[in-house]
Write a protein of this length. Structure first.
Length: 75
């Protein structure tokens, strides 16, 4: 899954949860992914972990997946 797809999924997921804490967590994850996209454009493409074929950073994606899992558990 690429960042844009993840952002759209998190937005969908955010609309399914009604607690303010879940919305806040989803908004935070979305903001982080959007910042990651901006960082990729500016400087991350030289990172050793950056996957040029998928245009993503596996290390960063692990953090985001953890945040999404935490939100799912709260739901």
């Amino acid at each position: 899954m690429e960042n844009r797809e993840a952002i759209e999924y998190i937005k969908w997921m955010r609309d399914k949860f009604y607690s303010p804490k879940s919305h806040e967590a989803c908004d935070l994850a979305i903001a982080a992914l959007e910042q990651q996209e901006k960082a990729f454009d500016e400087w991350c493409t030289d990172c050793k972990e950056y996957d040029h074929n998928r245009n993503c950073c596996p290390r960063y994606n692990r953090v985001i997946r953890g945040a999404v899992d935490e939100v799912k558990q709260q739901g």
